[in-house]
Design a protein around this ligand. Sequence first.
Ligand code: ZN
Ligand code: ZN
Length: 369
Amino acid sequence: MSGPNYSARRSRLIRSLKSAGVDGLLLTGEANVRYLTGFTGDSTWLMLSSAKTLIISDTRYATQLKDECPDLDVDIRDASCPMAEATAAVVRKAKIGRLGFEADHVSVAVLGGLQAKMDVIELIPTSGLTEKLREVKDKWELQQIRDAVEMAERGIGVVRASLRPQQTEKDVRYTLEAAMRSFGASGPGFEPIVGVGPTAALPHAHAGDLLVSDSPVLLIDWGAETPSGYRSDLTRVFFTGRITKQMQNVYEVVLKAQQKAIAAIKPGVRCRAVDKIARSIIADAGFGKYFGHGLGHGFGLEIHESVRMSPLSDQVFEPGMVVTVEPGIYLPGKFGVRIEDDILVTRDGHEVLSSVPREFDDAIVEYLA
Ligand code: ZN
Ligand code: ZN
């Protein structure tokens, strides 16, 4: 499969500049620069206008930029020229009067520096222009995401088959990371969450020193990153000891909420309507106050991308979007259950990209003797 068409992506972005009220755009968000150019380093900005496209970087990246973006003009500054000054010079040369910047990816300090150098050039905040393009994945991106899902699934297979009562959360995390790398991942898609019992009740816990045998509930939220930079994001709960009625009940409520929500995903449906389906099922079961986060999110080059599924989201599903669906119930001090899968919005519905079994019986793990 041929690689991404970066110039087509840039053209689409340039076409959106007019309605954003700017005649040029300065991109400083790392993932956005990567999406538009293929450049995998950092500290590198992209200036776009209908007349001129230019990468602004420094001497450390001169060779890498030639390799990764051979068809792009590059302005390489040396250590004596601050980024803001180099940028102001190229913007003046390109005769841009109203320069958009990425409000979500510029610090107050950087903005101050730019303002000091830009004199007559007007700096206009923009938000989400490239993120909007990134919501819908192309064929090549979808293949990368499928690969990332597969690496993650093979990795968890190793963890499950080798699980032992005396492993700590950290041990499990390292086994998982190493396994995903052995299956071709460049690394985990994010720091895996491995939580036993009460730690599983913290939606964003770090793997610590609890033993797998400290509680019957083990929650793992993990994903892989492909060498091309695309990620996957899954969560499973494993039962490793005596299961209480409450644990089974909570698991089944979460699973029902997830399955009903996934079933509703198709083009034209509002993200918040899908969030509501899951949220109502959890509330009706009496656990409403134990599910505080949004139902899911887009992902790709970053682990959290537009679109968002939450009660506030106005966004509407379109074919090619890829989202997680991850309801959870967290009982403080006791345990938590979250079930997360990766879903592609298709022309007439959706496809569940992840296939790790998720029924209650599948969650029961026998230790290796
Ligand atoms: Zn996750
Ligand atoms: Zn997630």
